[in-house]
Design a protein around this ligand. Sequence first.
Ligand code: NDP
Length: 483
Amino acid sequence: MPLSAPSPFSFMLFGASGHLAQLKLYPALFTLAYKRRLPEQYNIVGFARSKMDDDSFRKLVAQSIREHVPEANESVLKEFLTHVYYRQGQYTAATAFKALHRQLQTLESGWKKKCRLVYFSVPPNVFSTISQNLRKSRIYTGDIPFCCIVEKPVGSDFKSFERVKAQLLKCFAAEEIYLLDHYLGKEAVRNLYYLRYANPVLERLLKHTLIHHVEITVAESVGIEQRAGYFEHTGTFRDMFQSHLMMIMALLTMHLHEDTNTLRERRLNALKQLYLPPTTSMDDVVVQGQYTQGTVDGKEVPGYREENGVAPKSRTNTYAALRLLTRMSRWAGVPFYLRSGKRLEKKDTRISIRFQELHPVGKGSAPNQLHIILFGEAGMRLELQTKLGGPEPAFRPLVLSDPLVCVGDCLPEHSFLLLEAIHSRQQWFLSFEEVQTAWRLLDPVQTHLGKKRTPLYTYAAGSRSPEETDAWLAKDGTSWMYL
Ligand code: NDP
């Protein structure tokens, strides 16, 4: 039975004028309407400081949907927009929240059963004010089913995370807070868990006795997309590693269990087992880079420091690679290399596993590899080898591959996660402990990357990575399997 929203709800979006709202959230809500997953009665109320009225806001919402949902159907869109409203106000203004409350009461009149969702699509420093105003204005009372959805990153390090957490918990109950990492809404990412669970053959291969090393690559060809204000203070390491890459690591290494209600605990346990390799120099643990001018998809693009809003001498990283180990016995001693970068040759997210060469086999042989490709040309690719004809043991690659595209009830990640929040399903949202554990692990790395004397290597936009990362990996006597 496909998941849908069973009863009326009001969805309040703070930061309604923003990039994320237009890129992901309006398209996700519309997709639910288009796929008939929404009830007859629902409201979407955008709240932000930008000057707009209902009409101009509806135009903005419609434009984002036409741009990002290829199958946008005009009659469904017209009906969808009748549920959409806008309220302009300061996040600090109690009066604006009181007015929002009055508007909600009018919009919800006659509803027998209802649920209220708020979505914080604003910088974390505004969360506290909004939360307090939601309480004071009685939009949140604790009596009506309520979800507060918070976009990652929650904080920018362990300390700021603790602050945000305390502020949220002052206003809402822990079970009403949904920390969202949109990777956990992606079918391809969830499938990592199910591929292991449903394929004992594959699961048995994931063992330190068989594995030489693992690479997890999140390569993007896009740059910072007018988000310099956010990115300058964040950088790729903070943006990608603390949440997305940690979640992939957790799903890959955690203990499996048939009860999906324990997913968060098992992910948390896997995160707790991660550690940075002991070394005398943090430069052995992490390496960072920044893109310069280059060509991506045949188009000339500026270097990071030439992007609008970026300081001419910015030291923000747009690429990072990290070595990690886990104490889990099945992975003991297996090095994990995590890397992510912007403005690379192509978009691709994959897990690449190189197996041990247990004994020399002959001419042309290469170690077995398994690639689980999550985005880009999604697929699974197992590289074996087979003998060439002739008396000598010489080999050629034997590649088994299948496109791992979603088949069935496929929804965009934010659509899926919104429905799960409505159903109070929290397993594919982050727990506070998971976020806390990730920050605790990565804070020392961030501190190191922020030091002036830590090298920041350059790479041309459209290239595969800073060249220095090859030597960095070669210290472990190996080379990149991919890119
Ligand atoms: P934006 O910078 O576009 O901000 C969203 C809205 O918040 C703006 O339209 C603005 O609305 C308001 N805002 C911005 N800065 C401030 C400020 N300093 N004080 C008060 N209000 C402010 O962010 P995004 O939409 O890109 O992202 C929203 C959140 O989601 C952020 O926390 C971001 O880190 C996170 N995120 C974003 C992703 C993306 O792809 N964009 C991906 C993953 C996470 P107004 O001025 O009208 O009030």
